[in-house]
Write a protein that binds this ligand. Structure first.
Ligand code: CAA
Length: 282
């Protein structure tokens, strides 16, 4: 199946990045979110991301204009009816995703593929909320989408070969490296990354070092571009906690117990960059 018209559900940091990269590679994109301010913010983020790429001569002004012209926004999910594929990038919450996929299945034309950018949740479970589980797959992008090379591809139990091939082709058309992972909690990246971030939270919680010391040690000691607590703030502490809970519940091993400090920060609304305060103040 040739994907020309892409629907993106969710205008947050992942959704707007996916929309930008798809548009930069020739697709017509329609971003859906429930509120107009969220969509307006997404278009501002895409515009400033394009400006950063122009500054480093990665794209031209003309390409920026083309990219923006290919992206439309809507607060009516009904407008997604004619797209060839949807990528859902809403909150990392199973119930919300199941509701979204049930609605998408009713609205979007029957030939369309319904993908999810979920960081960790069972593709098989999400697909079972639809009458087209063969057309559902995981297409997991990394943050920030315009910069990170990886897309993890995840098959649900009923994902067809044709669907998975179309997802791979689209990821590669978007300039990404597509790596397949099994439909297990956390897939590849977050099965490994999130426990590391959780351990960094425990290091802080147990007073092994301060926030800056933990991040500097990991940057200078392992050459990571961001320390784990900076990265957690970047991803969102609520997302990090949600993924740890999926690992803990899905794998049934206490080693995935979310750090109590992470739980406390999320309870306080300290979600990282997006809320102005996480392990750092912004
Ligand atoms: N759009 C366009 N360009 C961007 C950008 C964006 N959104 N973000 C950064 N850049 C560009 C900058 O223009 C800059 O370009 P030059 O180096 O050529 O000047 C470059 O990327 C570096 O940006 P910064 O100078 O702002 O800062 P940095 O050097 O620290 O890079 C970063 C930023 C690319 C995010 C880097 O810190 C990094 O790679 N961090 C790790 C990110 C990561 O691990 N992501 C995966 C998390 S896991 C996940 O996402 C999945 C999940 O399910 C949670």
């Amino acid at each position: 199946m040739q994907i020309q018209k892409l629907g993106v559900v969710g205008a947050g940091q992942m959704g707007n990045g996916i929309a930008q990269v798809a548009a930069a590679n020739g697709l017509q994109v329609l971003i859906y979110d429930i509120t107009q301010p969220a969509l307006d913010k997404a278009m501002q983020t895409i515009t400033s991301s394009c400006d950063r790429l122009i500054k480093k001569s990665a794209i031209t002004e003309a390409q920026k204009t083309e990219i923006l012209s290919r992206i439309k926004t809507t607060t009516s999910m009904q407008d997604l009816a004619p797209v060839n594929m949807v990528v859902e990038a809403a909150t990392e919450n199973l119930q919300i995703k199941l509701e979204i996929f049930k609605k998408l299945d009713e609205i979007v034309n029957k030939d369309a593929l319904l993908c999810t950018n979920t960081s960790s949740i069972s593709i098989t479970k999400i697909a079972a909320a639809t009458a087209r589980p063969d057309k559902v797959a995981g297409m997991h992008f990394m943050n920030p989408v315009p910069i990170m090379q990886l897309v993890e591809g995840i098959r649900g139990l009923q994902t067809s070969d044709e669907t998975f091939k179309a997802v791979r082709i689209l990821a590669e058309k978007m300039g990404k490296t597509f790596i397949e992972g099994r439909d297990m909690p956390g897939f590849i990246v977050n099965r490994i990354l999130m426990p590391m971030i959780n351990e960094a939270c425990y290091a802080l919680y147990e007073g092994i070092a301060e926030v800056e010391g933990i991040d500097q040690a990991m940057k200078l000691g392992t050459n990571q571009p961001m320390g784990p607590l900076t990265l957690a703030d970047f991803i969102g502490l609520d997302t990090c906690l949600a993924i740890m809970q999926v690992l803990h519940d899905g794998l049934g091993d206490t080693k995935y117990r979310p750090c109590p400090l992470l739980v406390k920060y999320v309870e306080a609304g300290w979600l990282g960059r997006k809320s102005g305060r996480g392990f750092y103040k912004y």
